[in-house]
Design a protein around this ligand. Sequence first.
Ligand SMILES: NC(=O)c1ccc[n+]([C@@H]2O[C@H](COP(=O)([O-])OP(=O)(O)OC[C@H]3O[C@@H](n4cnc5c(N)ncnc54)[C@H](O)[C@@H]3O)[C@@H](O)[C@H]2O)c1
Ligand SMILES: O=C(O)CCC(=O)CC(=O)O
Length: 355
Amino acid sequence: MAQALRQEDFDSVRVRDGAGLRFEVADEVARLGCTKALVLSTPQQCDLALEICEALGDAAAGVYSKAAMHTPVDVTEDVLSHLSLSGADCLVAVGGGSTVGLGKALAYRTGLPQITIPTTYAGSEATPILGQTENGVKTTLTDAKVLPSVILYDPELVATLPVGMTVTSGLNAMAHAAEALYAENRTPETTNLAIQGLKDLAQGMPKVVQAPDDLDARALTQRGAWACGTVLGRVGMALHHKLCHTLGGTFDLPHADTHAIILPHAIAYNARAVAEELAPITEVLGGENAGRALYDFGKSLGAPLALKSLGITEADLDHAADLAVQKPYPNPQPVTREDIRALLQSAWAGNVPAF
Ligand SMILES: NC(=O)c1ccc[n+]([C@@H]2O[C@H](COP(=O)([O-])OP(=O)(O)OC[C@H]3O[C@@H](n4cnc5c(N)ncnc54)[C@H](O)[C@@H]3O)[C@@H](O)[C@H]2O)c1
Ligand SMILES: O=C(O)CCC(=O)CC(=O)O
């Protein structure tokens, strides 16, 4: 049974930022009243996980480095079988949304507290949302139990993000803010936070693409990602996130690239119904309309523009459109299979948004 969210659940998360903060992880474990942390990472970030283990010293319970995109349930079950043997009484997730997702999946099942050290802009650390994939289908749940106890934003860790992922991950974050602007349950606070996140990323991303080691600009983009992640956790998402989940879960497409490609198209689709709500996007990025502004911003940073570049075939688009309209959800513009198929065609080809 999902635990209902209260304001104090969000307020209880300890959020810190600063260069080199990862080296204070042992103090954070002690502050939680814990003694042994299992460190989680992807295989690609195992060296970083070992560095965190070293920083933990006696408080390290080992490394599990098989986190994977879209949080496959079999990976979670594999860690669970190691967890009690490890003696861990808390978790440290160091990495992008995949690793943070694994930490959340374990916290959901065990109640162990988590410290997250994000290395991308996905924003999962700031949300009570857990997406998991089983038998090719991605489902999400929302539960206070999956919120981390501590988030450490260390800009040195995003400075290692390759430029391509910097761009797609930043656009993933902006997607949360864009959909928050028209969320049914938005409040003035969530709208302000979404606009702040958009501004920070619009200002910071061109800088970090030019100079990936600029730690001030990296810190700005991390602040933006936190704001965007926070609004993702507080209001409902619509067409854009639903489409990305379908494409990611069923066709195993890379999460951030999929967001980067779909975003201008989904926003243009909805702009027909909520142009006024989306006005902050053109105020921040310039341009005539929100969809085109996002398309041009992504293009200027070298973002991927075409779904076909991710390996999905034109024939897959029919199945994707079928899945995308299977379960109704609130969206400003009515969702029809015909329109969604047209949206996907345009995104597949890499065209400017059709709507
Ligand atoms: N539940 C939520 O609120 C939420 C929000 C956003 C994303 N997500 C989930 O997060 C996952 C995607 O996360 P992601 O886009 O951050 O990708 P990711 O975590 O899969 O990272 C992609 C790759 O980049 C590597 N990487 C990450 N940071 C790096 C760095 N600084 N330097 C070098 N390499 C680095 C990773 O090890 C991995 O190999 C998806 O499963 C998505 O569903 C969940
Ligand atoms: O996949 C999840 O864990 C949920 C992801 C989410 O809602 C945000 C996103 O798609 O970036």
